[in-house]
Design a protein. Structure first.
Length: 239
């Protein structure tokens, strides 16, 4: 290489960009794996959402230090890194499954964001459900409280009415006592009303007796007319 320094700088920049863009990175030791085995592992990790790259530990160390990532203790022996932009659990599962049939592959640890992960934590990550399963479980967990909350809103007016009725029954109608005071205040006009009504029947009776006077007045002319006729009859006899 004519200018190895520039090439190394380019590799460091590439590693730094991949660390910065990845949501997680899992570091493995591939000692004992041949080219065909590594190619097969790359395909499986690519399907799971990871990119499997091999760099010199020294160059990776420079890139990690520039970003403040604490992975120096993982950069020993032949190291390959699975950079993950998607589901970290799916890539961890792929590494676990491959290591079961290829013991030469050793997972040393990794990064989740900027947090360093040990080998045990990566194994625990591999035991987690996939991202899609977690999202569906989260959606189900959120849906249940929302349904309960909607039911609570619907039951609130009904429960309030039941509670109010129970309170009234328990207190024996005590909340209705203030309404009795206005009734007591209106009792005075009602007491005066019967007196007026008691007098009012008298007026119609008096009005009924008044026509009796004209009957008497009618009878009197009749009675007076008869003596007048008698007097008229008696007058010729005297002639």
């Amino acid at each position: 290489m004519e200018n190895p320094r520039q090439e190394k700088v380019a590799v460091v920049n590439e590693v730094r960009e991949k660390f910065a863009a990845a949501g997680a990175a899992l570091l493995t030791e591939y000692r004992g794996l041949n080219v065909a085995a590594i190619s097969q592992l790359r395909r499986q990790l690519r399907e799971a959402g990871g990119e499997y790259k091999i760099y010199k530990n020294t160059l990776v160390r420079f890139a990690a230090r520039d970003l403040g990532l604490e992975i120096d203790e993982l950069l020993t022996g032949p190291t390959a890194i699975a950079f993950i932009e998607g589901d970290a659990a799916a890539v961890a599962k792929a590494l676990r499954d491959y290591a079961r049939t290829n013991p030469a592959l050793v997972v040393k640890g990794g990064l989740l964001g900027t947090k360093a992960l040990s080998a045990d934590e990566v194994r625990a990550l591999a035991e987690l459900p996939s991202r899609d399963v977690l999202l569906s479980q989260l959606a189900g967990a959120l849906a249940a409280p929302m349904q309960q909350f909607a039911g609570l809103l619907q039951a609130l007016p009904r429960n309030f009415a039941y509670g109010l009725k129970a309170l009234l029954d328990e207190r024996g109608g005590v909340p209705m006592e203030p309404a009795s005071e206005p009734v007591a205040e209106e009792a005075e006009p009602e007491a005066a009303t019967p007196e007026v009504e008691a007098e009012s029947p008298i007026e119609p009776e008096a009005a009924a007796e008044e026509p009796a006077a004209p009957e008497t007045a009618v009878e009197d002319p009749a009675e007076t007319a008869e003596p007048a006729a008698d007097a008229a009859e008696e007058t010729p006899e005297e002639n």
